[in-house]
Design a protein around this ligand. Structure first.
Ligand code: C2E
Ligand code: MG
Ligand code: MG
Ligand code: MG
Length: 278
């Protein structure tokens, strides 16, 4: 059991360990029991379609609070969950809870578009993703067209054909696919033409430098032109200022996610965000 492994890992502490590795092993052992101890919650961040003037989607973002170590950011614990082999169960938990929540909002007539769930490249290739999505949609009774999966190019570095067939199966079910963090890493343009994706998300690292930085502005403009000519939907991430919003909107990027409109909020506040952004 995960709990036993967690306990045993304390035996690994030796005086030779420095504070950093001690902290790390402690965090790892708490992460192993985080699911069973109910320490995860989801926050939800709206995407606003600035032309339609409404929320057109919501991204589920995972939060971890452990009573002994406090809040840990996903930037820290997601890579750790990948290393520990926990990511598939963590992602499955997120999928289940996000779909359940979206179904609740559907029943409550909260019109907030698709619910977007992040899928780790490791989970993507573990083989049970398609089944796991099928099961969760059946259990929660969420219509498949209200679910979007956010994947990254890490999914395609190896086994491009395998990845493509997984995406085709998901699309055949009606689930939509977004390519997250676009423009970082080794983004290959061939992904855009050969993969069955619906949307790209321009990474916040580009948006952060708009509109004054020449290179990022040019790259963003090129990505937007490309997306438009391939008829892909596009979302800009990490939009914090009006100047960024205007730059993006001028170049045809209608959907925006960022602190300018809303931070990620807990489920109970999402209906207020949806009203405020309409
Ligand atoms: P991501 O999927 O690219 O999510 C966007 C990140 O940008 C989120 O950070 C969000 O809170 C943050 N953000 C949104 N708007 C702004 C803004 O205007 N300014 C700034 N500075 N930041 C903004 P977060 O929640 O810390 O998540 C970080 C990453 O962790 C995510 O990046 C995603 O890769 C991963 N992650 C989060 N939840 C999950 C999950 O349930 N499963 C998996 N596999 N990964 C997750
Ligand atoms: Mg994402
Ligand atoms: Mg991203
Ligand atoms: Mg990211």
């Amino acid at each position: 059991r995960a709990k036993d492994i967690g306990r045993n890992s304390f035996q690994l502490f030796t005086p030779a360990m420095n504070a950093h590795s001690l902290e790390r092993s402690m965090m790892q052992s708490h992460l192993r029991t985080a699911l069973e101890n109910d320490e995860f919650v989801l926050n939800y961040q709206a995407h606003k379609n600035c032309v339609l003037g409404k929320v057109s989607g919501v991204e589920a973002l995972l939060r971890w609070f452990n009573p002994l170590i406090g809040h840990v950011s996903p930037g820290q614990f997601i890579p750790m969950a990948e290393e520990l082999g926990l990511i598939a169960s963590v992602d499955h938990w997120v999928l289940e809870h996000a779909c359940k929540q979206r179904k609740q909002w559907l029943d409550d007539n909260i019109d907030c578009g698709r619910i977007a769930v992040n899928i780790s490249p490791l989970h993507f290739h573990q083989g049970d993703l398609v089944d796991s999505v099928k099961t969760v949609l059946a259990q929660t009774k969420l219509p498949a067209n209200l679910l979007e999966l956010e994947i990254t190019e890490g999914c395609f570095i190896k086994q491009m054909e395998h990845a493509t067939s997984i995406l085709r199966e998901l699309k055949a079910m009606g689930v939509s696919i977004a390519l997250d963090d676009f423009g970082t890493g080794f983004s290959s343009l061939s992904y855009l033409t050969s993969l069955p994706i619906d949307k790209i998300k321009i990474d916040a690292s580009f948006v952060a430098k708009l509109p004054h930085n020449y290179r990022e502005s040019q790259i963003t403009t090129a990505i937007l032109n490309l997306a438009q000519s391939l008829e892909l939907d596009i979302v800009a991430e990490g939009v914090e200022t009006d100047a960024q919003r205007i730059f993006l909107l001028d170049r045809g990027c209608q959907v925006i996610q960022g602190y300018l409109f809303s931070k990620p909020v807990s489920a109970q506040y999402l209906p207020q965000v949806v009203c405020a952004l309409a």
